[in-house]
Design a protein around this ligand. Structure first.
Ligand code: SF4
Length: 344
C-alpha cells in the first residue's frame, strides 16, 4: 500500500487507519519539533500530488480487509500537510460514502483562512489543527511557516472555521520546553483559544524524534501548569500504547518503510512490531534497509529512532544555529563572525 497505512495507535483517535495524500515531506511549515525532520523546501501550493482515484482504491481495499472493531477512525494524516492536496474535499466525501467509520483530518490549520478549504473540510467528523503560539513572533519561531502564512491568517482561519464547522474541533498544542511552556506564553495561547472556542484542547509532547536537536520535552510541572492555564477543556494526551497493524504488507521491509515514513519509531518499538515475522527475517530486513539507504537511524533524547532516509535531520551543530537566543562564534581564529540563533 502506498497511500494507506495502519491501523496505527493514535494518541487521539484510537486505532486509526491513516491516509497519506502527499509525498514526504510536503509542508508549508517547518516546525522545530517535526518528527519527519526539516521541511526543505517549504511548499505552499495546493495540487493533486497523488491521483485521488488511486488513493480511494487503496482506502476501499484496506476497509474491506478489516473486521468491525479493528479501526476506530479513518484519518487523513501523513508525511506533511494533507490540505495541500487539492482534492481533499472530494477525498473526504468519497471516504464517507464508503464507510460508517468517522473521518478525521489532522492539519496544521494554516490554510483554514481560505473559504474553499473550510468548505472542503465540512464533511469531516473531526478536524485537529495546531496552535503552538499565542503571538506572531513565537509562531514564527516554533512553526517557521511559509512567508504567506502569517499568524493573523492562522487565527483568522481557525476562528472562521469554528463559526462554520459543525463537527468536532480539537486543537492540538505541542509543548516545547523553554519555548511555549512558561505561564506568560501559555496565557497568550489561552487568549487565542478563547476566541476559537474549540471542543477540546489536546496538549501534546514531542516524544518522537524532533527536527532540531535542542527541542526538549517539558517538565511534569510545566505540563500541569499548562493544563491549569489552558482551562478545564484541556486534556493531556499521552502516547498511545497499542499494536501496529502491518497486515497490508507482504514483507517486513515494505511494512517498516510504510510506517516509518510517517511515524518514526524507536528501535524497541520496531522490534516489537516486527515480531510478526521470524527473528531471521527481522534481522535481514534491518540490514537490507541500512544497506540500501532507504532508512536511517536518528538519535534524539539519547535514543535511536528509525526514520525514512529522505527525511532531513540536522546534526547538533547545524541545529544549534537555529536555537532561539543561541550565539555561535566561528571556530576560525581569523573570523569574528557570529551566527545568531534565528539564522539557518
Ligand atoms: S509537524 Fe506537521 S506542520 Fe509541522 S512541519 Fe511537520 S508535517 Fe509540517
Amino acid at each position: 500500500m502506498k497511500y494507506v497505512f495502519g491501523p496505527v495507535p493514535s494518541r487521539r483517535l484510537g486505532q486509526s487507519l491513516g491516509i497519506d495524500t502527499i509525498p514526504l515531506k510536503t509542508c508549508n511549515w517547518n516546525c522545530v519539533y517535526c518528527q519527519l525532520g526539516r521541511t526543505q523546501p517549504l511548499i505552499n501550493e495546493r495540487q493533486e500530488y497523488y491521483p485521488s482515484e488511486e488513493i480511494l482504491a487503496e482506502v476501499r481495499k484496506a476497509l474491506e480487509a478489516h473486521k468491525p472493531g479493528e479501526i476506530d477512525w479513518v484519518t487523513f494524516v501523513g508525511s506533511g500537510e494533507p490540505l495541500l492536496h487539492a482534492g481533499m474535499g472530494y477525498l473526504i466525501r468519497q471516504v464517507k460514502s464508503m464507510t460508517v467509520l468517522p473521518v478525521a483530518v489532522i492539519t496544521n490549520g494554516s490554510l483554514l483562512y481560505l473559504p474553499e478549504v473550510r468548505q472542503e473540510l465540512s464533511a469531516a467528523d473531526a478536524v485537529l489543527p495546531s496552535l503552538d503560539a499565542g503571538t506572531a513572533s513565537l509562531y514564527r519561531m516554533i512553526n517557521r511557516p511559509h512567508p504567506e502564512l502569517t499568524f493573523e491568517r492562522l487565527v483568522e482561519g481557525l476562528v472562521a472555521f469554528r463559526e462554520e464547522y459543525c463537527g468536532k474541533l480539537w486543537v492540538e498544542v505541542m509543548l516545547v520546553r523553554g519555548l511555549n511552556d512558561t505561564p506568560q506564553v501559555l496565557w497568550d495561547i489561552a487568549k487565542v483559544l478563547q476566541k476559537i472556542r474549540p471542543d477540546a484542547v489536546h496538549i501534546n509532547l514531542p516524544t518522537r524524534p524532533p527536527a532540531e536537536t535542542w527541542v526538549q520535552i517539558p517538565s511534569e510541572e510545566s505540563l500541569m501548569q499548562a493544563m491549569a492555564i489552558l482551562g478545564n477543556i484541556a486534556e493531556v494526551v499521552h502516547p498511545a500504547e497499542g499494536s501496529f497493524d502491518l497486515s497490508g504488507y507482504d514483507n517486513p521491509i515494505d511494512a517498516v518503510i510504510g510506517i516509518i515514513t510517517r511515524h518514526p519509531m524507536r528501535q524497541e518499538e520496531l522490534e516489537r512490531t516486527l515480531e510478526h515475522w521470524s527473528p531471521g527475517q527481522v534481522s535481514q530486513a534491518l540490514s537490507d534497509l541500512t544497506a540500501s539507504g532507504r532508512a536511517q537511524v536518528v538519535e534524539r533524547f539519547g535514543m535511536r529512532f528509525w526514520s525514512a532516509a529522505p527525511s532531513h535531520y540536522p546534526d547538533e551543530e547545524q541545529s544549534l544555529r537555529t536555537m532561539p537566543g543561541y550565539r555561535y562564534r566561528s571556530k576560525s581564529r581569523h573570523s569574528s563572525n557570529e551566527i545568531h540563533g534565528d539564522e539557518k
